[in-house]
Ligand binder design. Structure first.
Ligand code: HEM
Length: 175
């Protein structure tokens, strides 16, 4: 059963909050600031990316939309990634691994994405919406990493954003 019993699932109201916040997002602006800031703060990852980032931004946002709109209620009031999406997300994760993307990059990217989401959507964001996004990103990341050879040990030592992210990763990732 995916993901597994240790993983914190989303509630009905969290999924509704995600859908609502998606409708209010300017995804082009979000993707633009996301990659712009990523390359400024972490220039060491830029070489992996193509020069035309517009298309990649659209693809990234499409995955978020797909994931959020297909969260499935597997137990009462407990939503997680739809089964049909797990394999494609694992394949996407393997593609990323082949490009040189490591676990630490996901942590950085998820944190940055949350930061920009909150910044660009101050009026629509509150702790519940932010937490819902954090959970959604965790589910997606865990699925993407779950068939790679990446180890949790590659996580950075410095204080990271979300303790839960790390504990979930440790529990569910195959090493
Ligand atoms: C939240 C998790 C992520 C999602 C949903 C995601 C989604 C995607 C998608 C849909 C593609 C296009 C794949 C294709 O065209 O076949 C892609 C490509 C790529 N992603 Fe991600 N990504 C994620 C995390 C990351 C992270 C953390 C990094 C590294 C910092 C990264 C770096 C790349 C690179 C380098 C490419 C290839 C670009 C190219 O050569 O065209 N991604 N990603």
């Amino acid at each position: 059963m995916w993901p597994n019993s240790d993983m914190e699932n989303l509630t009905t109201s969290q999924v509704a909050a995600l859908k609502k916040s998606l409708r209010l997002l300017d995804t082009e602006k979000l993707a633009g600031e996301f990659y712009g800031t990523l390359f400024k703060r972490y220039p060491q990852v830029k070489h992996m990316f193509p020069t035309d980032m517009k298309e990649l931004g659209i693809k990234l946002m499409s995955v978020f939309e797909l994931v959020i709109y297909s969260f499935e209620e597997k137990k009462h009031n407990e939503f997680s990634l739809q089964d049909a999406l797990i394999k494609p997300m694992q394949e996407l994760g393997k593609q990323h691994e082949a490009k040189g993307v490591v676990t630490e990059h996901y942590t950085i990217a998820n944190d940055l994405l949350l930061e920009i989401l909150v910044k660009q959507n101050k009026a629509a964001f509150n702790p519940e919406v932010e937490n819902s996004w954090r959970l959604a990103l965790e589910h997606l990341t865990v699925a993407m990493l779950s068939r790679t050879n990446l180890k949790v040990a590659e996580m950075p030592d410095e204080p990271t954003l979300r303790d839960t992210f790390h504990s979930i990763m440790k529990k569910v990732l195959r090493k």
